[in-house]
Design a protein around this ligand. Structure first.
Ligand SMILES: [Zn+2]
Ligand SMILES: [Zn+2]
Length: 364
């Protein structure tokens, strides 16, 4: 099968033939129809998070089940599924507490990928979905309805659950709260629409790009504030009766955004930390002020998603027109155009760029 292999950091990916092993016990082979490009993929391709090479990245996908390992009863051949990076044992303390994103024993399965000469290829983020097929653990899948378009469905695998889940699951935001969302990209727009669905009284989008604030309004932001403006903090206070926001969602991996968030949070308010920075980034904060104001800093990974609980909810909201998904796609590319798609994503200004595979039109 064809895959986009990263052989050295910051270099273009190489489309080449890669061998994929058959699914072992508990694993499923999925022939992909679509895979979106996420900023986490860019972090890996640029070497920001390190890791061994060669590797195949891509972790936000959807396709058809084409192979079942022993012991997988929950799926059938031909079924439409979403494929994500969340691999969970289902039995550890975190999984038992409904937090599979923090699974303590996700396993370190041998990579199913190798080059023609036998060199093993790292299965990036346990998925490796910049390829025509993947073999992943069954816990990384969620069933999709037969009428769900797969270019749209793949977005649910990461960007959407990360943003919407930060609101629904991590923040458990009550109706009537005032929210700030820093960053109006792929994750931020989903935090904005999550806040709209959750009934926020005010949803203030902040970004350094004015055109992204317009996009945020389409997704439900009541106000837009240019993050780089000198009076950004004062404007947020003015929009929240001088209190600051009950919830500030940081959806970009920038230390400056986290430090800005501290000044926008109300007493008793929470900063939801969803933007992933580099390994060596640190922020400055004044612990006394956080303690005195009883503020909370809460990490949010993949929106605290539980796939089999959250994906059906999001599909219902999409079908009713309450969750925007089609509008999240900036552009569609073929696998051969992946470097162009990655460059477009890196430039910023895009929502989600999606790679389509032959199975998108042809099925299996
Ligand atoms: Zn992602
Ligand atoms: Zn577990």
């Amino acid at each position: 099968m064809k895959a986009a292999v990263c052989a050295s950091f910051k270099a273009p990916l190489r489309i080449t033939d890669v061998t994929l092993a058959s699914p072992r016990r508990g694993e499923v082979e999925v022939t992909l129809a679509a895979c979106a490009i996420c900023h986490s993929d860019l972090h890996f391709i640029e070497g920001v998070w390190g890791g061994a090479l060669p590797a195949v990245y891509g972790h936000e996908a959807a396709g058809y089940v084409t192979g079942l390992g022993d012991g997988v009863d929950a799926y059938r051949l031909g079924q439409r599924v979403l494929v994500t990076l969340i691999r969970a044992c289902g039995a550890c303390q975190c999984c038992s507490a409904g937090r599979p994103v923090n699974c303590e024993n996700p396993g370190d399965a041998e990579t199913p990928l190798s080059l023609a000469d036998g060199t093993p290829v790292v299965q990036g983020m346990k998925t490796a979905a910049f390829a025509e097929k993947v073999v992943v653990d069954a816990s990384q899948l969620a069933p999709l309805p037969d009428d769900m378009p797969l270019d749209v469905a793949c977005l649910l695998a990461c960007g959407v659950i990360t943003g919407v889940g930060a609101v629904f699951n991590t923040a458990a935001m009550p109706p009537g709260a005032a929210a700030v969302v820093i960053g109006a990209g792929g994750v931020g727009l989903n935090a904005v629409q999550g806040a709209r669905i959750a009934g926020a009284r005010r949803i203030i989008a902040m970004d350094v790009a004015p055109e992204k604030l317009d996009a945020a309004r389409e997704f439900g932001a009541t106000d837009g504030v240019l993050a780089s403006a000198g009076d950004a903090g004062a404007r947020v206070l003015a929009l929240t009766d001088g209190r600051g926001a009950d919830f500030v969602f940081v959806t970009v991996g920038a230390v400056a955004a986290y430090e800005q968030a501290l000044g926008l949070t109300a007493r008793g308010g929470a900063i939801i930390m969803a933007g992933m920075t580099g390994n060596d980034d640190f922020m400055r904060l004044n612990p006394m002020m956080v303690a005195y104001q009883e503020q909370r800093l809460i990490g949010s990974k993949m929106g605290g998603a539980v796939l089999r609980r959250d994906i059906p909810r999001l599909i219902d909201l999409y079908r009713q027109g309450r969750l925007k998904l089609d509008e999240l796609i900036s552009k569609r590319y073929r696998l051969e155009q992946i470097n162009e798609a990655i460059a477009d994503t890196a430039k910023g200004g895009t929502r989600r760029n999606v790679i389509l595979f032959d199975a998108f039109e042809g099925g299996i």
